[in-house]
Design a protein around this ligand. Structure first.
Ligand SMILES: NC(=O)c1ccc[n+]([C@@H]2O[C@H](COP(=O)([O-])OP(=O)(O)OC[C@H]3O[C@@H](n4cnc5c(N)ncnc54)[C@H](OP(=O)(O)O)[C@@H]3O)[C@@H](O)[C@H]2O)c1
Length: 338
């Protein structure tokens, strides 16, 4: 038997007067981007503690002249040329092909990308998977925003054989269905959600179940199959849920939620998004209004429950900035199953 090798922990960071400057590029300065800037400035001391001074070398927007609530001197621009100078790029644009075209050259050159963009991750995994496997892609905020789920699923939960998950991952649908329980018809609840800024216009990504399906595809790559295709998710939205459906569920102590489910069926995996009746005592029903939630079951870890804010500027920024910290500390990004 070979002699046991001693465990050598990674070197500790020595406090240093000299801070290393890390150049960051930010794509987008909307709900997420603006709050990432705010949180980076709040956490400047923590970055200094780990020996780093972050310098934002550009913030890409469509209209650089528009008034915004950003720190003085924020380098807003409509020209992505600054990306050449950045070692970390944070993407908070939205869309699929536009951000991908900007990010691929960054990834090809071996640099790191932090993204909140579940649509791009779900739909263009063919182009991104290799970089995720190389540890260059960080995306905690893409599912359940600031509620950490991708971190545990890509690390500690892998020791346990995954069995099943059930989750509510879209706040707009949760809001609409809750309003319907109070007697408002679907169309009225939807237009209120739009007026409050919860639902996009058009709202199809949310109410059609596609946003939830994007998130489920991203999660499936950590616990089912590293190449899980978005197209394999069966999707049904909430557009056809009626007040009668909601009342019939309520009469027997149940509630209707838009539920993402991933489970083993036979030798494969079944992934679906659909309006689902759950007992009103189910943890997903008692998680609290406005919260995303997930029941995760593994053979050895048993049944786990995650719940928290699934959208919103600072909530989402907390996960984005956490990813930036991991990156500057040298931790790899979120690596899918091989
Ligand atoms: N909002 C949330 O709570 C949340 C939570 C988790 C994940 N996400 C994800 O985070 C991403 C961003 O969401 P958001 O809510 O922050 O969106 P948003 O408020 O609409 O902001 C988008 C930003 O991107 C800029 N932009 C869009 N297209 C552009 C283009 N072609 N060229 C240059 N700039 C462009 C916009 O510029 P202008 O300001 O000039 O228009 C804006 O600053 C999305 O992928 C979303 O799914 C959001």
């Amino acid at each position: 038997m070979p002699a046991a090798q001693p465990f050598v922990p990674a070197p500790r960071l020595a406090p240093s007067a000299e801070l290393r400057t890390v150049h960051i590029g930010l794509l987008g300065c909307g709900t997420v981007g603006q709050n990432v800037l705010e949180l980076l400035s709040r956490r400047r001391d923590i970055f200094a503690d780990i020996g780093v001074k972050l310098e934002v070398c550009g913030v890409l927007v469509r209209d650089a002249a528009r008034e915004r609530d950003v720190p003085a001197g924020t380098p807003l621009t409509e020209d992505p040329g600054f990306l050449n100078e950045c070692s970390i790029v944070v993407e908070a644009l939205g869309g699929v092909e536009g951000p991908l075209a900007l990010l691929l050259p960054i990834l090809r050159s071996g640099r790191a990308v932090v993204t909140a963009n579940k649509a791009m991750l779900a739909e263009r995994w063919d182009a991104l998977r290799g970089y995720a496997q190389a540890g260059q892609l960080y995306y905690e905020s893409a599912v359940m925003a600031g509620t950490p789920i991708i971190g545990p699923m890509s690390t500690v939960l892998r020791a346990s054989a995954f069995t099943r998950l059930q989750a509510v991952l879209n706040g707009t649908c949760a809001y609409i269905l809750t309003q319907m329980e109070g007697g408002k018809p679907y169309a009225q609840a939807l237009s209120e959600a739009q007026a409050l800024g919860y639902a996009e216009d058009p709202p199809t990504l949310d109410v059609g179940g596609f946003d939830t399906a994007h998130k489920l595809a991203v999660l499936a790559r950590f616990c089912a199959d590293g190449d899980f295709p978005y197209s394999a998710v069966q999707i049904q939205g909430i557009e056809n849920v009626t007040l009668d459906d909601v009342a019939a569920a309520k009469a027997v102590g149940e509630r209707i939620k838009l539920v993402a489910t991933l489970e083993r069926v036979g030798g494969g995996w079944h992934a679906s998004v659909a309006p689902t009746r759950l007992p009103e005592t189910h943890p997903i029903c008692t998680a609290g209004a406005g919260r995303n939630s997930m029941v995760y079951v593994g053979e050895e870890c048993g049944e786990l429950f995650f719940a928290g804010g699934g959208a919103g500027g600072l909530v989402t920024a907390s996960a984005v900035v956490g990813d930036i910290m991991d990156c500057v500390l040298g931790f790899p990004g979120h690596v899918p199953l091989h």
